[in-house]
Design a protein around this ligand. Sequence first.
Ligand SMILES: [Zn+2]
Length: 275
Amino acid sequence: MKWFSEDDLDFVALYFGEPDSTGHKYGPESQQRKDMVSQVDRTVGYLRQRILDYGMKSTLNLIITSDHGMETVIKDNEIYLRNVKNFSFSDIQFEMLDYGPQGLLVPKPGKLDQVYEALKTAHSKLHVYKKEEFPKRFHYANHTRVTPLVLYDPTLSPSSRRLKLQFNKGEHGFDNEDMNMKTIFRAVGPAFERGLVVEPFESVNVYALLCKLLEIVPEPHDGSLNATQAMLAKSAGLSLENIQYYNNQLVNELIQPEWVNSNKQGNVVGFQLHI
Ligand SMILES: [Zn+2]
């Protein structure tokens, strides 16, 4: 709080590495993950209490969000590329496998089609794309950081293993239209309209919202303020409160009882957020 009360900072970002770590290790359905959500929830409650203690409720905007959900990893029927007929790692210049649902491959010069043909029928669960053929809505097809071949297993098993390197029970990086990949967004403070439910929006739009709140000109980006403008308070400077949550199975754990109980006008609202 002294960053605001003494140092007069305009913007502070706090990152909580949980419940991501516990979700990876034990899986999203585990008791350990649920306990960790409670712990993070208490920490957020502490933060809100300190905002009250410092008399900053009417001047400080607080946004709570994350960048992904979590899905249970299915370990059955894992795919090992070394067992694929007509495929050899000697034809590969660069690989990024064993991490999450995607696999990235750069075949050696002249080997692209050969590797592609070998892999595309290798396994019914494994989808193999030339980069430019990857479904456009993922924004991989034209991206400079995406390799010429992309492997994707949408059945929630980490795809295309080379080695048994990854033992996670929870993962993210799956299709952002999957419900379990969606995340939360809540905002409270004088800038936000009270008691509002908004439509789902993509996290890429949060940057424009932050720029608006900080009154700075955004750098070029793929989002828009249109997605979040409705949540901004019409009359600035009032002490308004707005709590928004994503209505999935986590919601009951993420809603802190004190928030609900202290909110006498029942300004707890829900929405869904695409990532
Ligand atoms: Zn993670």
